[in-house]
Design a protein around this ligand. Structure first.
Ligand code: SF4
Length: 428
C-alpha cells in the first residue's frame, strides 16, 4: 500500500521528532517534511474553495470523517448538533480547535501544528462557517512555544472572517477533555467539570460550542479541497505517535489498515529493532496492552481495540510491563479532579495495588491484588462523569492479561527489569 515513504528528522520551534508518512500522494498528505509558511502552504495544498455551512457538513458526512482526538465520533453529527443548537437558542456558536494533547507521550498534534499549521487554521475556518460561529479558539499545550509560533503563523494569513484566539493550556493529562477546555476558556481550571447540558448546547460563555481535534480539522481542510470521494478512496490517513524503547517518538501518517509491525518500524539504527519487542500499548495511557506476537501482523483496524489519540508504545523484552503500567496508572490517578467516586477512591486504589505488583514485598498477596484489581475495574467503569476512569480500568485489565508471566515472576521474587525506571513519560 505504501507509495510514498519519507523519513525526516525535523527540528522546529516545537520539539525534535522523527516523522514518517505512508500517505499515497506526497502533495496532499498531512505531514509536510518541514514547516510550511502561508505561501508554501498554498503552493502545496492549493487554495480553499468557498463552501457554505451545509456543504461543509455534507462533505464531512460523505467522506465518513470521524474525530481523531480519541472518541472517533462522526464529525458531521457534531457539526450539525452545534449548528442546530445555535439556531434553536438564537445564539452564535463558538469553535475550539483542540490541540492540547495532554498525554505526555503523544506528539502527533504538536507535530501537525508545527509542520502544517495553515491546514489546521483552514479547517478551523471551515468548522466556524459550518456551525455559524462568531468566535474561534485554537488551544495548544503550554511549554513548547506553540502559542507564540502559531500567533506568528496566523499573522501570515488574510484576515479571517471569524477571529481566532490562540490559547496555551496547562500541561495536564485531562486538560484537553472538552469540559476542561470550556472551563479553562471561561476562566476556570483546565479540569473536567460536571455539565448538566452538553457542551454542544452550553459551552464557552454559555454558547453552543464545537470542540474538535486539530487533526480532524486538517482532514476537513483536505476534504474541502479534494472532495469526499478522494478521501474515501485511500486518503483517510491518521497520525500516530509511536514511542520507542529509547524514549524517542516518531509521528507516523498511515492508513489504519497498516500492520502494526510496519507502523512502529523506524528504519533507524538509533532505535532497537521492534523484533525484540514483548508487547505493544495501543491507544495511549487509556489504551490496551497486547502481546507483540498477537498484534504485530494485524492492523489497528482488525485488532478492534480503541485507538484513543493514536499513541503506540513498543515494550522491549528487557523492560517490565508491570513497572510501566504502575507508573502510567499513578499519573492519571494524581491528575483527576477527584470530583466523582471512581476518581476519588477507585483510581488511587488501583494505582497503589499495581505499584505493589510491580514492586512487591515479602507480604504481598498476589492473588488478593488480582481479585481486588478486577473488582475495582468493574466498579469504576462507566461510573464517572467522564470516561477517565474507564480508560485506566481498561489499561489495568489488559496489563494483568498481557503481563501474567511477569506477575508470576514477581511472585517468585524475579523481575525482568529490576531497578530500571519506567521508559514512558508521565509528565512533570
Ligand atoms: S470521572 Fe474523574 S476526571 Fe471525570 S469528571 Fe469525574 S472526577 Fe473528573
Amino acid at each position: 500500500m505504501t507509495t510514498t515513504t519519507t523519513m525526516t528528522t525535523m527540528t522546529t520551534t516545537v520539539l525534535p521528532v522523527r516523522i514518517r508518512s505512508y500517505a499515497t500522494n506526497a502533495a496532499r498528505r498531512l505531514l509536510a517534511s518541514e514547516p510550511l509558511n502561508y505561501e508554501a502552504h498554498c503552493a502545496v495544498y492549493g487554495g480553499l474553495s468557498y463552501l457554505d455551512g451545509e456543504q461543509i457538513i455534507l462533505a464531512a458526512e460523505l467522506a465518513g470523517l470521524r474525530g481523531h482526538g480519541g472518541a472517533a465520533f462522526p464529525t458531521h453529527r457534531k457539526l450539525s448538533a452545534v449548528r442546530e443548537a445555535a439556531r434553536r437558542g438564537r445564539r452564535r456558536a463558538v469553535v475550539v480547535a483542540n490541540g492540547s494533547e495532554g498525554e505526555p507521550a503523544s506528539a502527533k498534534d504538536k507535530t501537525l501544528m508545527s509542520l502544517a499549521p495553515h491546514l489546521v487554521l483552514d479547517g478551523l475556518a471551515l468548522a466556524a462557517a459550518a456551525v455559524g460561529a462568531d468566535r474561534a479558539f485554537l488551544t495548544v499545550e503550554a511549554g513548547h512555544g506553540l502559542g507564540r509560533y502559531l500567533t506568528e503563523v496566523s499573522r501570515q494569513r488574510p484576515a479571517p472572517t471569524v477571529p481566532v484566539t490562540i490559547v496555551e493550556v496547562p500541561q495536564r493529562f485531562l486538560s484537553g477533555q472538552e469540559t476542561a477546555l470550556v472551563s479553562f476558556l471561561d476562566g476556570g481550571a483546565a479540569r473536567p467539570r460536571f455539565q448538566i447540558r452538553p457542551v454542544y448546547e452550553h459551552g464557552v460563555g454559555g454558547a453552543p460550542t464545537l470542540v474538535q481535534n486539530v487533526e480532524t480539522l486538517a482532514h476537513l481542510a483536505l476534504i474541502a479541497r479534494h472532495g469526499p470521494g478522494w478521501y474515501r478512496a485511500g486518503a483517510a490517513t491518521s497520525l500516530f505517535t509511536v514511542r520507542h524503547a529509547d524514549g524517542t517518538p516518531t509521528v507516523v501518517e498511515a492508513m489504519p489498515s497498516t500492520p502494526v509491525r510496519q507502523l512502529v518500524n523506524t528504519d533507524t539504527d538509533t532505535v532497537p529493532h521492534p523484533g525484540s519487542s514483548q508487547a505493544v500499548l495501543i491507544g495511549g495511557y487509556h489504551g490496551t496492552w497486547l502481546p507483540w506476537a498477537d498484534a504485530a501482523s494485524s492492523s489497528l483496524e482488525t485488532l478492534g481495540v480503541p485507538l484513543g489519540a493514536g499513541m503506540l508504545a513498543v515494550l522491549p523484552h528487557d523492560r517490565c510491563g508491570l513497572i510501566e503500567t504502575a507508573s502510567i496508572l499513578r499519573y492519571p490517578a494524581l491528575e483527576s479532579a477527584g470530583q466523582c467516586g471512581p476518581c476519588l477512591n477507585g483510581l488511587p486504589r488501583m494505582a497503589s495495588a499495581f505499584a505493589e505488583l510491580a514492586h512487591p514485598t515479602p507480604r504481598t498477596d498476589f492473588r488478593q491484588i488480582h481479585t481486588d484489581l478486577s473488582r475495582w475495574a468493574g466498579l469504576i467503569t462507566g461510573r464517572g462523569a467522564c470516561r477517565h476512569p474507564d480508560g485506566s480500568a481498561r489499561l489495568a485489565h489488559s496489563a494483568l492479561t498481557t503481563f501474567a508471566r511477569e506477575a508470576d515472576a514477581h511472585a517468585r521474587g524475579r523481575c525482568t527489569a529490576p531497578g530500571r525506571p519506567p521508559m514512558l513519560p508521565v509528565g512533570k
